[in-house]
Design a protein around this ligand. Structure first.
Ligand SMILES: Nc1ncnc2c1ncn2[C@@H]1O[C@H](COP(=O)(O)OP(=O)(O)O)[C@@H](O)[C@H]1O
Ligand SMILES: [Mg+2]
Length: 336
């Protein structure tokens, strides 16, 4: 049976009248890359702090690596690494000295320090800059540095709190590779807070979706897509010159479907929100406008669809507009 490295039961944390984490029960297994998805203020960072014993819960129980963080904080933190949302690095120190300093703080045995520091500098592509001050590093290098520092004591679990939120696409991709390495090559469990669905879909073996402190769904990305991504997603290929017309036709259909162009000039149009029973009518409507169709394929629902469906449910329940749908499109364009 897989080892449960993180288990929470009915976890609650309030700040005054605000319930930041509301009855959270999750289980994470060794080797998972667990995506913790949610809008700003959903309760992700608070959860990370609870799991590391930096905050105490108001109620509910937590076990991380078999320990209660509230009573075994130091022992636990010796086996976890946390990359906070805005990691502070000392610009005056070199990369190598920073890592040595953290090796010291985390009690890495002296005989192992040099090897571990060299290993991390190499893994993070910083070997040649090891003796340069961090003050001269780019944003991407700084984040690689912060991630290397998080791994100095070879923790069993790493918590990464929105590790790519401030990075450009190239640096984002590098950090994604490093997260993959930490998981597959080094066998660590990863707890990844993100509001970037593409990141979650690319990296995570399991995801949980959080809104206003409450767990909305948990499972593998494909399980969630099957369970919650009910609407049909189609890819339709038309002549590149007819893409705009196709978009107009689809937008004019009665089901509120959305059509987006996959790559400019490609002729491939992504359509979301057509009920399966209405697909023939949609195709007929395109043909009736003289649009030549080369291919229609059904695509699996994505984490994005799940996320929107769940957010819409929450919004409907609360009688508000859907929350935090905004960051998603830009990420898609820059990363894909
Ligand atoms: N130290 C704090 N004091 C008061 N309120 C807080 C504190 N930390 C977080 N909160 C509140 O708790 C909620 C969850 O915040 P947070 O866990 O930071 O969300 P996320 O990381 O998902 O953006 C928010 O409403 C936030 O304002
Ligand atoms: Mg946060």
């Amino acid at each position: 049976m897989a080892e449960h490295v993180i288990v929470t039961n009915g976890l609650v944390r309030r700040f005054g009248a605000n319930t930041a984490v509301d009855d959270l029960s999750i289980t994470i297994e060794a080797g998972d890359v667990f995506g913790f998805l949610g809008h700003n203020g959903a309760g992700k960072t608070t959860t990370v702090r609870l799991l590391n014993g930096v905050l105490a819960p108001d109620s509910g129980s937590i076990r991380v690596l078999g320990m209660d963080p509230a009573t075994h904080g130091p022992q636990l933190r010796a086996r976890t690494g946390v990359l906070t949302e805005t990691p502070a690095l000392d610009d005056r120190l070199t990369a190598r000295i920073t890592l040595r300093l953290f090796a010291d703080i985390y009690g890495v045995p002296e005989a192992q320090v040099n090897r571990r520091v060299d290993e991390l500098l190499a893994m993070f592509d910083l070997s040649e800059r090891g003796d340069d001050k961090i003050g001269g590093f780019s944003k991407g290098m700084r984040q690689r540095m912060a991630l290397a520092r998080t791994l100095i004591h070879s923790p069993d679990i790493i918590f990464l709190d929105e590790p790519t939120a401030a990075l450009d696409p190239v640096a984002t991709r590098e950090v994604h590779e490093l997260i993959r390495d930490a998981s597959s090559r080094e066998g660590r469990t990863v707890f990844l807070c993100t509001h970037n669905l593409y990141e979650a879909e690319r990296l995570c073996t399991r995801v949980a979706v959080l809104a206003h402190g409450r767990l909305l769904a948990i499972g593998t990305p494909s399980e969630l897509a099957q369970r919650y991504g009910r609407q049909q997603r189609l890819a339709i290929e038309v002549a590149p010159s007819q893409v705009e017309l196709a978009q107009q036709v689809i937008a004019g259909l009665p089901w509120g479907a959305i059509a987006t162009v996959e790559n400019a000039g490609s002729g491939r149009v992504q359509v979301q929100g057509i009920p399966r029973t209405e697909v023939p009518d949609a195709v007929n409507a395109l043909v009736a406008q003289g649009i030549g169709i080369y291919e229609v394929t059904r695509e699996e629902a994505r984490l994005e669809d799940v996320y929107f469906a769940l957010q819409a449910q929450v919004a409907a329940a609360a009688g508000e507009e859907p929350v935090a749908a905004v960051q998603i499109e830009p990420h898609r364009e820059v990363i894909a």
